[in-house]
Design a protein around this ligand. Sequence first.
Ligand SMILES: Nc1nc2c(c(=O)[nH]1)N[C@H]1C(S)=C(S)[C@@H](COP(=O)(O)O)O[C@H]1N2
Ligand SMILES: [Mo]
Length: 393
Amino acid sequence: MAAGTRELSGVAARIEARIPRPEDFDSDLRGPRTAARVGTWLGVAFGVCFLTGLYSHYLQHPTPAVPLATGPARLYQVTQGLHVAAGTAAVPLLLVKLWSVFPRLLGRPPLEPRRLVLHVLEKGSIALLVSSAVFQLATGLPNSAQWYPWRFDFIAAHFAVGWVAAGSVLLHVAVKLPVIREAFGVPPETRPATAGAPSRRTLLRATWVAAAVAVVATTAAQTPLRRIAVLAVRSGNGPQGVPVNRSAAGALVADLVQDPGWRLQVSGPTGSVELSLEDLRAMPQHEAVLPIACVEGWSASGTWGGVPVRDVAALVGGTPDDDVTVRSLQPRGAYRESTLPAAWVAKQDSLLALTLGGEPLHPDHGYPCRLIAPARPGVLQTKWLTEVEVVRA
Ligand SMILES: Nc1nc2c(c(=O)[nH]1)N[C@H]1C(S)=C(S)[C@@H](COP(=O)(O)O)O[C@H]1N2
Ligand SMILES: [Mo]
């Protein structure tokens, strides 16, 4: 080797000598056998996150190409609960996975140009995989805790990077398939563990336990075990037994909702009508047990009473083919409006709700009137309605 190209000066040589090499990690704990097993479950967790995330996205941005189910009522509660639970479980899995493959990052790049190109491509795809996975978890988890410590649009970023993560997981599995197959085939104890180190079985068990604890600590808030849900933000408390996302005061409607002159403005193909609270109460009432299922992962069921949306739509010429858009008294904010697709309008359980648990809605739950419909994300269950518009496609 020509002098000067590969010879390192004194300081650099000493640093180089201190950087560990893959061979320095001779334990069987790190390496393909651990990586493949933890990686399989990490892949499952990311797959669940991706599919349930897409479903949540298309509920909020419907397109004719993606079929959406209007029931059972708890469907979104389940899909979004799985989304947050799988994302939570993925955190310890990802940490152990990164730890198990970390020595491979220390391999020196090959000098032969063709192998160097392949090396850079492989490392590049892994960099994409790791950074997109870390980004999804590091932004998704604070979001599930209703904490948004960043300036970018979380929803757009989480959706876009979700595709990057899914694509790079597929690519990674394809590239590593030979290694993965070998890792599952190798008989145990081919290499001795470092003296005193825990066995791989112990490591794997600890990993599964960590993932399970993470899931229970976030999701138990939805069960009678809510006292152990130490990582969950929503305790299940709130007026009328249902947690509140944004309060009436927080939405700047605390005064507006108490106005005795409140009317619901209803418009559609045949004209418009104004309904007072008394008018709405005088119409045939319907009750339904429906959950509020927030994208953040918490959910709570209640018995809602009110007028089916379709009955009010019919007053202004609405038919089973029409969507219905509702608008809130709330002056600003992304959630002041939502559109109920015709398939939901057709359901008697899709309500302009006036009561919760048999009492008039608490102001924080949307008094005097809110939308509630089955199998939809909480963000679409608009509170403090002032307008109902039948929209003909
Ligand atoms: N007008 C309006 N409606 C809204 C919201 C809002 O911010 N403004 N938040 C939504 C969200 S994100 C959720 S999860 C549910 C929560 O309903 P709750 O507070 O009655 O439990 O209300 C939805 N309706
Ligand atoms: Mo929400």
